[in-house]
Write a protein that binds this ligand. Structure first.
Ligand code: G1P
Length: 291
């Protein structure tokens, strides 16, 4: 059993970068390959030994709940139609984690979303947090890499990836000490200008947060973009020597913008034994007709 049993999944954003597709459809439900983005995240959490997820949603995001609810009617139809494997895959979705939902009444930022989960995780020494816009591809699962570091260090753990100068201002960035792959984090800055970034180590959307984070969040004032930033609360823990960062093994695939979503879908389908050849043939055909 993992020493971290709950993951908090912020899913309350407005999805403005995906409009009009996300006018009624929560952006976490946009398909990546053959399943919604948020399902990839919960599969990673389950594979990391996490058994419970607190999903922080905005009002009107009931489709997320519906997707993870058992659907015996659909399973029965699939069995009758001779698709027992698909029926089993559908059954597994509702068994990934025990889900609880909390509403974030207003989109006041990532830090605020995490704070909305406080009541549900009180008494736990640490919780994981997973941003469903960042898909992980690789082994072992990214959250399990962070949980392992937490087991040794007993403090908040960040997922760090080296980024180019062009990309760095899209992320939180860590100032670190040591040689890695587990670094002591002395500071974090949310979305700095490239010339102000303290390193090239950017925060990806996975965290193990010790319970100290909640009092730090309660004391955090609006920061970058006028929002309550998780990075700013982590900064106050870092100042007390209570944060490490792991330069993890594996890859993050972003689905947070239309362009990155398209590229991630193409990358996933490219590797698929059935869809890959069809996709390549179609792209070749398109290239030929565009000449
Ligand atoms: C959030 C965090 C940022 C982090 C990023 C990872 O930003 O605030 O520190 O680097 O996720 O994807 P967002 O992408 O929600 O703007």
């Amino acid at each position: 059993m993992s020493s971290v049993r709950t993951v908090v999944v912020p899913a309350g954003g407005l999805g403005t970068r995906f409009l009009p597709a996300t006018k009624a459809l929560p952006k976490e439900m946009v398909p990546v390959g053959d399943r919604p983005a948020i399902q990839w995240g919960l599969e990673e959490a389950a594979a990391s030994g996490i058994r419970r997820a607190v999903i922080v949603t905005a009002p009107g995001k009931d489709l997320i709940k519906a997707h993870f609810a058992p659907d015996p009617g659909l399973e029965a139809v699939l069995e009758q139609r001779g698709s027992p494997e698909l029926a089993e895959r559908i059954r597994e979705i509702s068994k990934l984690c025990a889900l609880e939902f909390v509403e974030q009444p207003q989109p006041l930022g990532l830090g605020h979303a995490i704070l909305c989960a406080l009541e549900r995780v009180q008494g736990e020494a640490a919780v994981a947090a997973l941003l469903p816009d960042d898909l992980f591809s690789g082994s072992p699962p990214l959250l399990s890499q962070l949980i392992e570091a937490y087991t040794w260090e007993g403090c908040t753990v960040l997922a760090l990836r080296r980024c180019s100068k062009e990309e760095i201002s899209r992320y939180g960035v860590a100032a670190v000490e040591g040689d890695g792959p587990v670094f002591r984090v002395s500071d974090v800055v949310e979305k700095p200008a490239a010339e102000d970034a303290p390193s090239d180590l950017a925060l990806m959307g996975r965290y193990v947060l010790t319970d100290e984070i909640f009092s730090a969040l309660q004391a955090t004032r609006p920061g970058h973009g006028g929002e309550i930033q998780l990075t700013d609360a982590i900064r106050s823990l870092a100042g007390r020597g209570r944060v490490v960062g792991v330069e993890f093994v594996g890859e993050i695939l972003d689905v947070g913008t239309l362009e990155s979503w398209l590229a991630t879908n193409a990358a996933i389908m490219w590797q698929d034994p059935e869809l890959g050849p069809a996709l390549r043939a179609r792209i070749q055909q398109l290239e030929e007709t565009q000449l």
